[in-house]
Design a protein around this ligand. Structure first.
Ligand code: ZN
Ligand code: ZN
Length: 167
C-alpha cells in the first residue's frame, strides 16, 4: 500500500526528487509539496498561485520548467482535461480518470483494464497507457438534460422537415 502523499515529510520529498535523477531545487520541491498536499489535479496556474503563497517571487517560467522536468523524470504526470487544459498530479498507483465533458472536472476512478503491449505499434516506444472515462459530473447532469432535450427537439424538427421535402 502506498502511504498517503499528504503525509510525505520533506526529507522524503527530497529523496523522491533525487531518486528520480533530479537535483533538488526550491521550485521543484514547492511543486511536489503542493501536489502532495492534496489528492487532486492541479493546473499550472493553480500550482503557481499555491507556490506563491510561500514564495512570492516565484515566476511563471520557473514553475513551467519544474513541471516539465518532473514530468520527464516520471515523478508527476499530465492529465489532459478537455476544458481545463493540462492538469498535473503526483504519480501514484495506477488509476484512471473520469472527465466531465461539460465543466472539465477530473476525478480519479478505479478501472481495470489490461494492455497488450506487444500488439501496440512499434513506431513509438510506449511509456504508459492511460484510460480516460468521459461523462457528466453530478453538477452538470442537472443542467445537461435540458440542453440535450433542446438539441433532440431541433433534430426531430429537421427530420420532419426532411420528410416533408421527400413527400
Ligand atoms: Zn461537470
Ligand atoms: Zn488522478
Amino acid at each position: 500500500m502506498t502511504a498517503d502523499p499528504s503525509e510525505v515529510p520533506e526529507p522524503e520529498m527530497r529523496k523522491l526528487l533525487t531518486s528520480h535523477g533530479l537535483r533538488v531545487t526550491q521550485q521543484r520541491l514547492s511543486v511536489v509539496r503542493v501536489l502532495a498536499s492534496d489528492r487532486c489535479h492541479f493546473s499550472a496556474e493553480t500550482l503557481l498561485e499555491r507556490v506563491r503563497k510561500a514564495h512570492q517571487t516565484t515566476c511563471r517560467a520557473s514553475i513551467y520548467n519544474s513541471l516539465r522536468s518532473l514530468v520527464e523524470a516520471g515523478l508527476i504526470r499530465e492529465v489532459a482535461a478537455k476544458l481545463g487544459g493540462t492538469l498535473y498530479e503526483l504519480k501514484r498507483d495506477d488509476h484512471a480518470h473520469l472527465i466531465c465533458d461539460h465543466c472539465g472536472e477530473v476525478s480519479d476512478i478505479e478501472l481495470d483494464f489490461t494492455v497488450n503491449y506487444e500488439s501496440l505499434p512499434t513506431t513509438i516506444e510506449v511509456r504508459s497507457v492511460e484510460a480516460i472515462a468521459h461523462g457528466s459530473c453530478k453538477k452538470c447532469l442537472t443542467l445537461v438534460p435540458k440542453k440535450a432535450q433542446k438539441a433532440k427537439k431541433t433534430k426531430n424538427r429537421q427530420k420532419n422537415q426532411q420528410k416533408i421535402l421527400v413527400l
